[in-house]
Design a protein. Structure first.
Length: 261
């Protein structure tokens, strides 16, 4: 009986202790301020090569990119990927909910978790991917941590990855040109290379968290539903019962129309 208890204790401990260093992976998604960013990326690649080689392989195209790119080119590509006429955004709440009120509720919940964990968000919102990755690394409430990771971060990252398809990029460019008249220049060879960092993160997260790709709309509509007595982190069941999910193209067009008003 004692041995069985010890085994159960080890198994429970392994569930609690994260296998992946998410504070390290958060550095993948910071704006490249200077040449030190390249060194950070290479160090992360080395870490993944040792512990999660399949994730390192996924981001190899980005390593090839930084070997030939200037810091200015990296900055321009980062902005073109995630900020100005972006392919996607790193704000997971916007990816999942757009400007819907659900994102506001999510930001409130995340602000509370960041505060309790002592995690500083700096100038970005509480749902910004690097902030949430740092939060996951610091949280003591394992149940909430796992829910944030598997029901928020992983679905959002999965969605971000899908936004790098050329078909979706073309649709977004149509919207940008319609509202802003001119498209910003971009690297044809490396335009989608930031996708590889998201893919590496997604592969790494599978080591710690359960995520079964399911219909995206159903996942979001059911977010917060739980048979447990403890309410879900996300929100109450009724808030998501009739939710409608819009894709990123619709979200950015709605945002641009709002800005013009």
């Amino acid at each position: 009986m004692e041995k069985l208890s010890e085994v159960n204790g080890i198994m429970e401990s392994s569930k609690i202790q994260l296998q992946v260093n998410y504070e390290t992976l958060a550095d993948l998604f910071f704006y490249p301020q200077n040449e030190e960013y390249k060194n950070n990326i290479k160090n992360i690649h080395s870490y993944l090569s040792k512990d999660i080689p399949e994730a390192a392989n996924a981001m190899q195209p980005f390593i090839d990119f930084i070997e030939v790119a200037t810091i200015q080119e990296m900055q321009e590509l980062f902005l073109r990927s995630f900020d100005l006429q972006a392919i996607t955004t790193l704000d997971i709440g916007f990816v999942l909910f757009g400007e819907d009120y659900k994102r506001g509720k999510l930001l409130v919940h995340l602000n509370k978790e960041h505060s309790e964990a002592g995690n500083i968000c700096h100038t970005e919102l509480s749902d910004h991917l690097p902030n949430v990755l740092n939060l996951i690394a610091k949280m003591k409430d394992i149940e909430i941590r796992d829910e944030i990771a598997s029901r928020l971060v992983m679905p959002a990252v999965d969605k971000m990855i899908s936004e790098f398809s050329f078909e979706k990029i073309d649709k977004k460019d149509v919207v940008y040109k319609k509202h802003q008249k001119v498209l910003l220049e971009f690297s044809k060879q490396y335009r989608t290379v930031y996708q590889t960092l998201l893919q590496a993160l997604f592969i790494a997260m599978k080591k710690d968290f359960d995520y079964v790709p399911e219909n995206y709309e159903e996942l979001i509509k059911n977010a917060g539903n739980s048979d447990n007595e403890r309410p879900s982190f996300l929100t109450s069941k009724r808030d998501f019962a009739t939710g409608e999910v819009k894709d990123f193209v619709e979200n950015i067009e709605t945002e641009m129309l709002t800005e013009k008003q």
